[in-house]
Design a protein around this ligand. Sequence first.
Ligand code: SAM
Length: 367
Amino acid sequence: MSEEPQKPLDTGMAPNPEMAPDPRLERLYRGEKLQREDYLELIRSRDDLRKEASILACRVRDRIYGRQVFVRGLIEFTNHCRNNCHYCGIRADNKKLSRYRLAPAEIEDCTDAGYKLGFRTFVLQGGEDPYYTDEVLSGIVREIKRRHPDCAVTLSVGERSVESYRKLREAGTDRYLLRHETVNKRHYEKLHPKAMSYDNRMRCLKELKELGYQVGAGFMVGSPGQTDDDLADELVFLGELSPEMVGIGPFIPHKDTPYRDEPAGSAELTLFLLSLIRLTLPTALIPATTALGTIDPLGREKGIEAGANVLMPNLSPAEVRGKYMLYDNKICTGDEAAQAISRLKERVRKTGCEIVESRGDHKDWGE
Ligand code: SAM
């Protein structure tokens, strides 16, 4: 880290022209690493620094990616799950949920529809559903790659063995999304049942990286028990792990989970953290998530204005979309539907950015 006194940046965005730009944000902007305490102070001062952080974050993003926003067609292909995460609406113990799983041919057909709409990345996400063995999933990935060789396939199907991750990679899977949910082991144990382990989650992330996947990590903002100290640790952790993708979104309670009465996380804090993540990991692919769009009708636009550069419209068949209810009132039939891509393009254009038809691989911009 440089010890030399630095000339303040002419950021042109201090909320009040009399105020000097924040030195910690300036250091992040210059590419310096911050200590945990610096992040903590930033988080505590978020109300004053929101605007400055978002302007710097967008500058960093634009320097690397231009004003491009990448879209991923999200196929939520099963809401069966063997796990019982306390926060999640598709947890095994939620007996009120009507369960579904898509047949391989249905998933593959979704990608055909998505391809015609201009999608070049497909994200297959689901609960941890043993029906989808390595053989079944590999077959689906191979078929999608055969039909659409110019597309990337991302899986987000939770914790599996290293052997399984290897087979899925060999089948052609390019990327894997596995949020770590929280970097604090005690907090992890609060959010999850005893059968789930923090160490296993971390093992999965490490193995996925070693197998050459482009990896996405992330956490919920405002999950029960989360503190500002935890958030500072999240930023340090992400800086060290350096995942290609980072997904964060506000925690939103679900009426049929143990956390039904917990308060939701805030859009403002999510947006501020999104800016800090962009400044910490300039080349990361960062979505403005569905949860952000659920808690605030303009959440996706605000996410892009805070430094995000990915949107994940829903490509699942219309008849199952309402059943992948991770949290109450999850949006699924409006402009987040992949079929509404032209409206989404218009909304993104208003932020000064442009949706592009591209796989949007991290390696194209990675340092
Ligand atoms: N089973 C896979 C896994 O665990 O990674 C993918 C599906 S899981 C439902 C996808 C993500 O949804 C989780 O990583 C979690 O962060 C998010 N999620 C679940 N319940 C949520 C809630 N109540 N509020 C906000 N996000 C939630």
